[in-house]
Design a protein around this ligand. Structure first.
Ligand code: UD1
Ligand code: MG
Length: 458
């Protein structure tokens, strides 16, 4: 990307009434990230050192939600139109740099498209991002005479001939800050909406002999805005499809590119297979040759190579070592670190625990605040009782321990190397190495015992 100075102004003061939400429109999430944050990240990708965001409606919450050192906020109050919005940013701009105007509710514009527009503008042209669409309703139309752009006319101000024009104004443009300083203060609001239209700068540019050029997006969704929940959902699908394509291009096998959701950053090694219905949040990495089965949720976690995550697993802030097998129906909570070749089976919950290699926790267990060694076998229904209602305590289970089914380990407690706990044990004191420890009541049988009989009704 170019390093020559660039002003970026993001217009985000509009009310967004059609979202029918208390949340400001530009804070609505797309792929788990606010619409405005998408726009800001794209601007940063262009090398913008400072970005000016014009806020109005819900401005305080917008500012609070997206704090960043490289943003300058300009408040537009009241909102009198796009031209008036840009005017509020004018004092904050580097007067010697071109200015790129973006909309806070148009999240998916690609950096390459904007770079083409910036290049087209050069130092002193006015460059408009325009597109030919089949349904131009609602957009400003690009009026050309002999192929040259002469002005933009808004839908509400257009006559029938102008409405028939299929080239529309996306709203995104580049102009020098110096030119904007000349044009913006002279805008009027004598139009159908009584607003100061930014689009009127085109006629001003033409009148003073400034060249007006156009560039076009590679795809129409790049310039689509979000005005309601339906458009938001549509762009979410477009974005997810793009993410899926990029994953497949990188060699990931997807059972269905339409049924994966990545709300963050997913990095995969080679030959990873992802079945349908998997959702990824935050930063997730998956090692080579691993398989994620249907309907798993993974958030901020790293999955090693050769791992099998079986269906319906929930994994958050956790690490899974190489060649491990997890699930189906397993939950790895924050602080879980599994070494290599660990097996965690169905209906097991693990929290804030490390499990060394080759250990198995295969059925119906809760392991919390535990340090577990290698080659440990945890029987079905084992529970670490880590919480006394006020404080939490650790359980230590050393290498080669065998824990019988339905055992409770009352922390703090240590099970030393090679120990065996009999099924049903409630362990309240440390278990010594290499011995059988069992706390269960002795089994007895009562000869001649009779079952109670129902008393007969008289
Ligand atoms: C605008 C363009 C139109 C273009 C269309 C593309 C004008 C006059 N018209 O129309 O040519 O086809 O976008 O979607 O520019 N905003 C403010 N302050 C305001 C008004 C708007 O910050 O006072 C912001 C909004 O938050 C939004 C953007 O500017 O991000 C566009 O505003 P919007 O009301 O959607 O403009 P349109 O009427 O759609
Ligand atoms: Mg609009």
């Amino acid at each position: 990307m170019k390093n020559s100075p660039l002003n970026v102004v993001v217009l985000a003061a509009g009310a967004g009434k059609r979202m029918r939400s208390d949340l400001p429109k530009v804070l609505h999430p797309l792929a788990g990230k606010a619409l405005l944050a998408h726009v800001l990240d794209t601007a940063r990708g262009l090398g913008a050192k400072k970005i000016c965001v014009v806020i109005g409606h819900g401005g305080d919450s917008v500012r609070a939600a997206l704090p960043a050192a490289d943003i300058q906020w300009a408040v537009q109050e009241p909102q009198l139109g796009t031209g008036h919005a840009l005017l509020q940013a004018l004092p904050l701009l580097d007067q010697n740099a071109p200015t790129l105007v973006l909309y806070g509710d148009v999240p998916l514009t690609q950096a390459a498209t904007l770079q083409r527009l910036i290049d087209a503008a050069g130092q002193d042209h006015l460059a408009l991002l325009t597109a030919h669409v089949s349904d131009s309703h609602g957009y400003g139309r690009i009026v050309r005479v002999d192929g040259k752009v002469t002005r933009i006319v808004e839908e509400k101000d257009a006559d029938d001939a102008e409405r028939a024009i299929s080239e529309i104004n996306t709203g995104i443009l580049v102009a020098s800050a110096a030119a904007l300083s000349r044009w913006l203060p002279t805008l009027g609001n004598q139009n159908a909406q009584g607003e100061y239209y930014l689009t009127d700068i085109v006629a001003l540019a033409v009148a003073e002999g400034t060249k007006v050029v156009t560039a076009h997006p590679a795809a129409l969704w790049e310039t689509e805005g979000v005005n309601n929940k339906s458009q938001l959902a549509r762009l979410e699908r477009v974005h997810q499809r793009n993410v899926a394509e990029a994953l497949m291009e990188a060699g990931v096998m997807l059972a269905d590119p339409a049924r994966i959701d990545v709300r963050g950053e997913l990095v995969c090694g080679s030959d990873v297979f992802i079945d349908i219905g998997c959702v990824f949040e935050g930063k997730v990495s998956v090692g080579a040759g691993s398989t994620l089965s249907a309907n798993c949720f993974l958030k901020n976690c790293s999955i090693g190579p050769g791992v099998r995550i079986q269906p319906f697993c929930h994994i958050e802030d956790a690490e899974v070592g190489a060649n491990s097998v997890v699930g189906p129906y397993a939950r790895l909570r924050p602080g879980t670190v599994l070494a290599n070749d660990v097996h965690v089976g169905n209906f097991c919950e693990i929290k804030n625990s490390t499990v060394a290699s080759h250990s198995k926790i295969n059925h119906l267990s809760y392991i919390g605040d535990t340090t577990m060694g290698s080659r440990v076998n945890i029987g079905a229904g084992t529970i670490t009782c880590n919480y006394d209602g006020a404080n939490k305590f650790r359980t230590v289970i050393e290498d080669d321990v065998f824990i019988g089914s339905d055992t409770q380990l009352i922390a703090p407690v240590t099970v030393s190397q090679g120990a065996t706990l009999g099924a049903g044990t409630t362990l309240t004191r440390d278990a010594p190495a290499n011995q059988l420890t069992v706390s269960r009541a002795k089994q007895i049988s009562i000869a001649g015992w009779k079952r109670p009989q129902k008393t007969k009704k008289t």
